[in-house]
Design a protein. Structure first.
Length: 123
């Protein structure tokens, strides 16, 4: 499991860990039942506080991405991929609404916004 911490990032370190593990689970890089590194081990590898790592794991557990077995560690939980996909679609729709509103303020048409999106995709 690869986790890269950026000290220059505006995101707190626990959030960087949380998001990277969550994204690896969603992408299928971490499968149901896979063991995660222990909190202490991950903290040591990343050279961060155990408290920071624990907070990231606690967030993942609250969201249902992992579960803890006392004395054995943390494991990837079974995922409802349809629910995760629906959640992502809602987030995309919300961001698209923001883009439409901002585009109207700038006098852009939907076609121009679509063209911008296609140009960004090519990069």
């Amino acid at each position: 499991m690869d986790i890269i911490i950026s000290n220059a990032s505006q995101q707190p370190i626990y959030e960087q860990i949380y998001l990277q593990i969550k994204n690896q689970i969603i992408a299928g890089m971490l499968a149901e039942g896979d063991a995660l590194p222990s909190i202490r081990s991950l903290a040591k590898d990343l050279r961060i506080s155990v408290i920071t790592t624990k907070r990231a794991y606690d967030e993942l557990e609250q969201e249902g991405f992992i579960y803890t077995v006392a004395g054995k560690g943390c494991f990837v939980a079974e995922q409802n991929t349809q629910l995760i996909r629906e959640n992502h679609l809602k987030q995309i729709e919300a961001k698209m609404m923001e883009i439409l509103k901002l585009g109207k303020v700038c006098g852009l048409t939907c076609g121009q916004l679509a063209e911008m999106l296609m140009l960004l995709e090519e990069e």
